[in-house]
Design a protein around this ligand. Structure first.
Ligand code: DAH
Length: 336
């Protein structure tokens, strides 16, 4: 019997085929009802006790080898079937290339413009405390101007909140650095606003800050004029008196867009002028809050909403589109 098993083991090991019928025949020969393995188990019962151990091991080894061989053959025929069905010479599916978001594109353009006149980029946290977002910016508690910037509070007393503007980065930067300071702070900001085509509870701003000796309002106007010429190709601007607690005097910047097309009439409401940002001379009280001597230093600041600029540049009518991640909208910016 043992010699017989050795020969059968050899047969199993030698067997190879990719033909389904042959593999089935091989299976039946060994493992069918009247197959070799069953015969061997019958024969095994008659083996004298002293040889049972050795014979048992051999039969089991044969069974295992057979099973393994069968599994292997089945697996390889499966792969072959796939190869037969699929056309592997077909071109593959292209991986889609991503595009930069229009907000990033415009943000980078604005950064490049200001970099060319010596502004560096600064960063600050989106979760702020009351001091950096309000109090140090001359917006004390109960100041009515706080109402315009209602936000999301994470904790109360002491207040921890989502920053309502990037002006908070001014404070952080001035606390850590001595003048001369020339920074640009882009980032995400949050306000408790009803969402509509014109306003959203999340948006982006870019803040600018310049502090040095003898910085004047003329410097502010000249800098903004350079910026609007570079970004929009429009150099006619006006500074309309306004109010911000952290600047004195304060102004809104309007760009003369012109009235050359129907769109110009629509977006400027027939005036030809478009408001693009807020600005002003940094209030001496703000400088004092960050231990900069207002008698020695002065400076200007400005802040603009990036979405608004993108909407102007690309004639987009709804701010919600920036956050919907609709690829049909985003892909239009592929070539920029
Ligand atoms: N922080 C203001 C806002 O969110 C924008 C702003 C206005 C920033 C005037 C400035 C500034 O730095 O000087 O509405």
């Amino acid at each position: 019997m043992l010699e017989n098993i050795a020969a059968l083991l050899e047969e199993v090991n030698q067997f190879s085929s990719s033909n389904k019928d042959e593999i089935e025949k091989f299976r039946l020969k060994f493992n069918g009802k009247k197959g070799i393995l069953n015969d061997l188990f019958e024969e095994f019962k008659k083996v004298p006790n002293e040889h049972k151990k050795e014979a048992g091991q051999k039969v089991n080894a044969l069974k295992q080898s057979f099973q393994q061989k069968l599994d292997n053959l089945k697996n390889s025929t499966k792969t072959e079937q796939i190869f037969e069905k699929e056309d592997f010479t077909k071109p593959g599916f292209p991986l889609e290339l991503g595009t930069r978001h229009p907000i990033s594109l415009v943000k980078n353009r604005i950064i490049d413009i200001f970099k060319s006149i010596g502004f560096a980029v600064a960063d600050g946290p989106e979760i702020e405390d009351d001091w950096h977002n309000f109090t140090a910016l001359n917006l004390p508690e109960y100041h009515p101007a706080r109402d315009m910037q209602d936000t999301f509070f994470i904790e109360k007393d002491p207040d921890v909140l989502l920053r309502t503007h990037t002006s908070s980065v001014q404070i952080r930067y001035m606390e850590e650095n001595e003048p001369p300071i020339r920074i640009l702070a882009p980032g995400r900001v949050f306000r408790n606003e009803a969402i509509s085509s014109r306003s959203h509870c999340i948006f982006h701003q870019i803040e600018g800050l310049y502090i040095d000796k003898n910085v004047s309002y003329a410097d502010l106007k000249q800098t903004l004029q350079f910026f609007t010429t570079e970004l929009f190709g429009k150099s006619k601007i006006r500074l309309r008196p306004s109010y911000f607690p952290f600047t004195e005097p304060s102004a809104e910047v309007d760009v003369y867009w012109g009235l050359n097309s129907e769109t110009d009439y629509r977006i400027t409401k027939g005036t030809g002028w478009l408001e693009i940002m807020g600005c002003g001379m940094v209030d001496p009280a703000v400088l004092q809050n960050v231990n900069i001597n207002p008698d020695e230093f002065s400076g200007f600041a400005f802040g603009m909403g990036i979405e608004r600029i993108v909407m102007l540049l690309h004639q987009m009518g709804d701010i919600r589109m920036f956050f919907e991640n609709d690829k049909r909208m985003l892909e239009q910016f592929k070539s920029l």
